[in-house]
Design a protein around this ligand. Structure first.
Ligand code: FMN
Length: 213
């Protein structure tokens, strides 16, 4: 091992802030997620609504990136993006996806798995027009994930759009929601004996189990 790797291997974090008993999670993991989310907000967790979104493409290659959670609507996790982006193409090929939240300040992780569909155009409009004009112009100007000649070209297009003052939501920009069928809550504990509580959807009911760390 070289010294860089040795330094990395020596990084250790002991977790002792809290614990998770399966009795305290209740029967609905989305409600319990909302409780943990509020606690993460109150603990001033950085980028509290940032989540890793993992998708799989038509060749079964996995891809992951951060997106922002923008709502929990009817027990579904909502985010917004460009439907023509790489992730949009991957979701069109395979609607199964995973979300991951990590709140280090609380030594907590939440893993969510399920199926993705587009939200209604009305919800996409509501969110698009609630954003600052610069963000609206950016969303219109950026053919997300495509190769571009230069940054200047993009900035020029945004400037033109801002001057035109007619910013409408493009059809290829909008929201998705993930309907969860698996949610796992992880609370860091001492000596790597972490608490893990898994919820799996069985029809309309959620089944709960404790997992080994
Ligand atoms: C903190 C953070 C928040 C982000 N939020 C979003 C978002 O809400 N929607 C989005 O499309 N991309 C967001 N991105 C950018 C994505 O990570 C990614 O670069 C982009 O969506 C293109 O991904 P794709 O090529 O896999 O489609 C965010 C990145 C970071 C670091």
């Amino acid at each position: 091992m070289d010294s860089f790797s040795k330094n990395i291997a020596a990084i250790r974090q002991d977790y002792s802030l809290s614990s998770l008993d399966e009795k305290e999670t209740g029967d609905n993991p989305v409600l319990f997620f909302a409780k943990w989310f509020k606690e993460a907000e109150h603990a001033d967790c950085a980028e509290v609504n940032a989540m890793t979104l993992a998708t799989v493409d038509a060749q079964n290659k996995p891809h992951a990136r951060i997106v922002l959670l923008k709502g929990l609507e009817e027990q579904q996790f909502v985010f917004f993006t460009n439907y023509n982006s790489n992730k949009g193409m991957e979701i069109a090929a395979n609607k199964r996806a995973a979300l991951l939240f990590f709140w280090p300040e609380l030594q907590r992780q939440v893993r969510v798995e399920g199926s993705i569909t587009k939200v209604s155009p009305e919800l996409s409009d509501e969110y698009f027009y609630s954003r600052p004009q610069g963000s609206q112009a950016g969303a219109i100007a950026s053919a997300q994930s495509s190769k571009i000649a230069s940054r200047e070209e993009l900035e020029h297009r945004v400037k033109e759009l801002m001057e035109s003052k007619t910013l409408s939501r493009p059809e290829h920009w909008g929201g998705y929601h993930l309907t969860p069928d698996t949610i796992e809550f992880w609370q860091g504990r001492s000596n790597r004996l972490h608490d893990r509580v898994l919820f799996e959807k069985d029809g309309t009911l959620w089944q709960k189990s404790r997992l080994a760390p």
